[in-house]
Ligand binder design. Structure first.
Ligand SMILES: [Mg+2]
Length: 145
């Protein structure tokens, strides 16, 4: 909002978790961004369907995420959050949207590419130990990731 008021031309990128958007302050901010036509704001929702207590749709469903952001006045783009071309295209499109903020809903898989981490909620809030780290890197290198 400061950038808009002072014509500074700064774009703001805000990364949100899909569990995080259960919090009411997110929607207060979303309503504000829309009301003040903050087209310099680009929200990215990391939609991996996991949060610290389990699956987001079991804890407290935020779905449908895209419709909710649309209802709050956002331009919405759904993408595969692991596809670099889709990510770049979404950011390029967001820059062209005038008069409203943009929300990019990025469908992702937590721990993608590491067999013992993929879709495992246990990895939400902990770091791998030395051995797990080396095994994860080995798997990712083998897959060219
Ligand atoms: Mg999540």
């Amino acid at each position: 909002m400061s950038s808009k008021l002072n014509s500074r031309g700064i774009r703001v990128y805000c990364l949100l978790g899909d569990g995080e958007i259960q919090e009411g302050q997110v929607w207060e901010a979303a309503m504000t961004a829309s009301h003040y036509k903050l087209d310099n704001l680009c929200v990215i929702v990391d939609n991996n369907n996991l949060q610290i207590d389990g699956a987001v749709d079991k804890v407290m469903s935020p779905y449908p995420i895209d419709s909710k952001f649309k209802a709050f006045g956002f331009h919405v783009i759904n993408i595969d959050g692991h596809n670099i071309e889709e990510i770049i295209k979404a950011f390029d499109t967001a820059k062209t949207i005038k008069g409203k903020p943009t929300a990019i809903i990025a469908k992702t898989i937590k721990g993608k590419g590491v067999s013992f981490m993929e879709n495992q909620v246990a990895w939400h809030g902990k770091a791998p130990n030395e051995e797990e780290y080396h095994n994860a890197i080995k798997e990712l290198k083998k897959k060219g990731m």
